[in-house]
Design a protein around this ligand. Structure first.
Ligand SMILES: Cc1ncc(C[n+]2csc(CCOP(=O)(O)OP(=O)(O)O)c2C)c(N)n1
Length: 199
C-alpha cells in the first residue's frame, strides 16, 4: 500500500529522478544538491549536462539560477532536499524577482536531514509547506505533485511553458542508491564544456 501525507502520495526519489532524466532530450542542465539528490541523479546515469553539488547544502537552486540566467535558451533543473532548501530559503525570492523563465526546481521533501542521521526537518515537525513558501515568494507555478502521473505532467508543463516552476514531491526515506564520484574538478570541466554546446 502506498503511504500518503494529506492527499499526496509518498514517492521514491531514485525512481522519479530516473523518470525525469529519461524525459530530457534537449541538453537540459540538471544541478543535483548535496547528498541524496545528486546521488540519485548520478544513479540515473551520468550526462555531461549534470552538475553535482558535492559539499554545501542549499546551493542547487542558486547554481541552477546562474546557469539559467546565463543561458536563457536552455531549460535548467535544480534538484534539492527540503533541509537544503530551508537553509537557503531566500533563493526562492531571488528566483521570483529575477523571473527566471527557464528554471525548474524539484523539491524532494522527505521531512528529514537524511544523510546526517535522519533528524527531522521543520517540513515535517512544524508542517512547514515549502511549496506554499515558494508561491508566497512570488513563484506562481509552484505545486505539489500528488502522485507519479502528476509529477510527469508537471515536468512536461515545466518543459514547455515559462517558469520559474517549483515541483514539490513528498519522498520516502530510502537512502540514495549510489554515491557520486568525488571528483568535483572533472565535473566542473565536463559541465562547462557541455554548457558551451548550443541547445
Ligand atoms: C552548509 C552545510 N551545513 C551542513 C551540512 C551537513 N549536511 C550535509 S547533508 C545534510 C542534510 C541534508 O538534508 P536534505 O537536504 O533534506 O537532504 P536529505 O539528506 O534528507 O536527502 C547536512 C545537515 C552541509 N553539508 N552543508
Amino acid at each position: 500500500m502506498t503511504d500518503t501525507i494529506g492527499n499526496l502520495h509518498v514517492m521514491n526519489r531514485a525512481a522519479l529522478t530516473k523518470r525525469l532524466v529519461a524525459g530530457l532530450h534537449n541538453r537540459e542542465a540538471v544541478v543535483g544538491g548535496i547528498g541524496n539528490s545528486n546521488w540519485d541523479l548520478w544513479g540515473a546515469g551520468h550526462r555531461p549536462e549534470n552538475f553535482y553539488m558535492l559539499g554545501s547544502m542549499g546551493l542547487a537552486v542558486p547554481i541552477a539560477m546562474g546557469v539559467a540566467l546565463a543561458q536563457p535558451a536552455r531549460r535548467v533543473f535544480a534538484l534539492e532536499g527540503d533541509g537544503s532548501l530551508l537553509m537557503q530559503l531566500g533563493c526562492l525570492s531571488t528566483v521570483a524577482a529575477q523571473g527566471v523563465k527557464n528554471l525548474v526546481v524539484i523539491l524532494w521533501d522527505n521531512g528529514i536531514y537524511q544523510i546526517t542521521g535522519g533528524q527531522g526537518t521543520p517540513s515535517a515537525a512544524a508542517r512547514t509547506d515549502l511549496v506554499a513558501i515558494a508561491r508566497a515568494s512570488g513563484i506562481a507555478n509552484a505545486a505539489w505533485a500528488a502522485d507519479e502521473a502528476e509529477f510527469d505532467a508537471l515536468v512536461a508543463r515545466a518543459l514547455t511553458t515559462d517558469g520559474p516552476h517549483v515541483i514539490g514531491v513528498k519522498t520516502d526515506s530510502e537512502p540514495g542508491r549510489t554515491q557520486t564520484d568525488r571528483d568535483p574538478i572533472r565535473f566542473r570541466e565536463s559541465f562547462m564544456r557541455a554548457m558551451a554546446e548550443a541547445v
